[in-house]
Design a protein around this ligand. Structure first.
Ligand code: PMV
Length: 296
């Protein structure tokens, strides 16, 4: 999405009374890392946890937890609003820094609290994501603003998809060791060291993402689950899984999940399981040492 021209921008105003905005997170169903090298990725909204932002008029106490006041002030300045004319409170049940779209959810919730026109929230959120990420791909802001699954190929516009019903996901988190940039660099090193193996993995990632899209659109969770398992194996092969993520994926499968994989950049962070019985799978993930577990 290109930069917004000044004349296209919406001038938001501070609400006259306290106003809340809420946004959910996202999970990459399939395609992380391989998307950097040209394969498609499929991401879905996660309904189980959210970010809630309350904007109140006038100088007042700010409460913004992990989001950080300086970051929110930078978002407000980007929106051409004066941070000292309002108070902002943030309550996030969505885990932060786990690849679950918390910065996009914060941006969308803030825009909703500021009563941004619903049909402009996505583009404004994309612009705000530049403050957090520099050059965001557009996946997170599209999934979070539209609350729809999206299909993404680098260099092409994000394509929103429809689904017959939400896939029954259970999400679990583990301590994160490293950043997205570190994980992306590690995969690039692995690819450089194993060019023919990486080419084969990239071809399989492309075919499996296309199959996963068809399975998602058809509601075939059994087919989708097997594709998630294979995606996890590829991510482990290129070095971004770890013992904790592998243990959680194994535990979810043993508890009857259709399939399980890490989601996002890896090196810890979150995993997803497509669950026949979300209660049993969530219990198994808790017993296997997850930090947090929730159904989405
Ligand atoms: O930052 P996360 O955890 O949402 O995942 C990023 C996805 C990667 O494919 C690893 C990186 C990218 O830019 O696509």
């Amino acid at each position: 999405m290109s930069d917004l021209r000044f004349d296209q921008r919406v001038q938001l105003t501070v609400p006259r009374a306290p106003r809340d905005g809420v946004a959910v997170g996202k999970a990459i169903l399939i395609g992380e890392h391989f998307v950097v090298h040209g394969a498609p990725a499929l991401a879905v909204p996660v309904a189980g946890r959210a970010v809630r932002v309350r904007v109140s008029p006038g100088a007042g106490a700010w409460r913004c937890g992990d989001a950080g006041r300086a970051h929110i002030e930078a978002l407000l300045v980007r929106l051409r609003l004066a941070p000292d004319e309002m108070a902002v409170e943030v309550d996030a049940t969505l885990p932060v820094g786990m690849g679950l779209g918390s910065s996009a959810a914060l941006a969308v919730a803030l825009l909703r609290a500021l009563d941004a026109p619903p049909d402009r929230v996505r583009e404004l959120a994309h612009d705000l994501e530049r403050v957090a990420h520099g050059t965001p791909s557009g996946v997170d802001d599209a999934v979070v603003a539209l609350e729809r699954p999206v299909w993404f190929v680098r260099g092409s516009p994000v394509e929103p998809l429809t689904w017959p019903s939400r896939p029954p996901l259970v999400i679990a988190t583990t301590p994160r060791h490293g950043t997205t940039q570190i994980a992306v660099a590690a995969v690039r090193r692995w690819a450089d060291g194993h060019p023919s193996r990486f080419a084969a993995l990239l071809a399989a990632a492309t075919a499996d993402a296309e199959a996963a899209r068809r399975a998602l659109e058809a509601g075939r969770w059994d087919v989708l689950g097997a594709l998630l398992d294979r995606a996890h194996d590829r991510l482990r092969d290129v070095g971004v899984s770890n013992a904790a993520l592998d243990r959680l994926c194994d535990a979810a499968r043993s508890a009857g999940a259709f399939g399980a994989k890490l989601t996002g950049a890896g090196l810890g962070g979150a995993m997803i399981a497509l669950a026949r019985d979300p209660v049993d799978v969530a219990a198994a993930l808790g017993e296997a040492g997850a930090l947090e577990v929730f159904a989405a």
